[in-house]
Design a protein around this ligand. Sequence first.
Ligand code: NAD
Length: 465
Amino acid sequence: MKAHDGMYIGGAWVPPAGDAGTIAVVNPADEEIIAHVPAGTAQDVDAAVRAARAALPGWAATAPAERAAAIAALRDVLAARSDEIAETVTAELGAPLALSRKVHVGMPIVVAGSYAELAATYSFEEKAGNSTILLEPVGVVGAITPWNYPLHQVVAKVAPALAAGCTVVLKPAEDTPLTAQLFAEAAHEAGLPAGVFNLVTGLGPVAGQALAEHEGVDLVSFTGSTAVGRKIGALAGGAVKRVALELGGKSANVILESADLAKAVGVGVANVMSNSGQTCSAWTRMLVHRDRYDEAVSLAAQAVAAYVPGERVGPLVNAKQQERVRGYIEQGVAEGARIVAGGPEVPLDKGYYVRPTVFADVTPGMTIAQEEIFGPVLSILRYEDEDDALRIANGTVYGLAGAVWAGDEAEAVAFARRMDTGQVDINGGRFNPLAPFGGYKQSGVGRELGEHGLAEYLQTKSLQF
Ligand code: NAD
């Protein structure tokens, strides 16, 4: 596959500053190396941050309508190149092409469009009594993204940052740098001024850490594991810089007694299996009333049969994630959960595939009910009554997403209000690019998407009259 051998800094592809070698990009579906990208160092990060700082005064001073037009142009380039981007996501992440087209490319195009509109309509000035409040860009943003939604995670940070008037340095995940390079090409083609967007590929503990630590970065926006998020939060706290963290989840799909069980189970299984379970907001715990439990388990086992590895379900992103997920499945068995579909065996000779797995008889204290597995693994838990369901739903360190199903919408909403989580879909509610996304508890700090996502990149100044 086509790859750049440099970094995108100050509006041009430039050779890496150091000699840290390259990172091999592997297709997880067949384990073949498809490209190499440069492994950036602290020197590359420094050059990129300088370029972003130099571009900041000019970009921050542009009229919102001009920034809106630039984001709309970027959206249009992404849309025009969507086939190429989808093929690249499939090659480096392993997602089936239909999923890449619809979700991995379709969703970020919608999100970019939403920020083109918001930049044009948002009020960057407010009045309060005898004050005028100016909402000004935070400054230079260091964006560190994961591999699970390679384009979406980039757009969900870069589009609002640009809308706010910030400039950006992106360090994408080492598993999916090719999609990030295509994004940089799109930013260039859309005519973003030099230095407004910069890309440094490289390893997390090297380039990522250098970016998080750099004193020229005013805000670090990170999405990924809780372990790394903690480190970045501590670093940012020490340096008194802003930080946004989108971390893991263990979201509950609560099926109340009055719900349409077949629909709730079917949508719930699809939600977990999509993207091979590599979704931080996936509803990986299904909570079912004891009277309907056995029926739900057999419905889930039937539903998961449609998710054939290599066809409807792609591989995991790399061998390490495959081993990690298989380890969790073995641990579930060891702790007494009952496998009703799938299991730890590798389903195909080639590729980092895992069998889509459904566990029954999962109790709230089990490891598979507490930790983020990040694979196609669903745990079904039994509850006695609504208070018990709420205790279980709220009984993890996470609080990113969730779902409630009930015969009556008001009943579902009443339950959702009591959940400690950042998003809840009511009876299968649709994705909304304007809905703030982010965590309660250890799922993170801050929000992405919509106006709340834009506000992350703004700071306020009050003028008194
Ligand atoms: P990770 O947190 O290591 O990687 C995410 C990003 O952080 C990558 O760009 C990486 O290069 C960078 N990074 C790593 N170490 C860093 C450091 N010390 N300083 C700065 N940046 C650093 O995640 P992973 O190892 O790819 O995945 C492990 C687990 O994380 C998964 O199994 C899953 O549970 C979770 N995860 C969550 C999300 C999410 O969307 N919330 C996404 C990916 C992974």
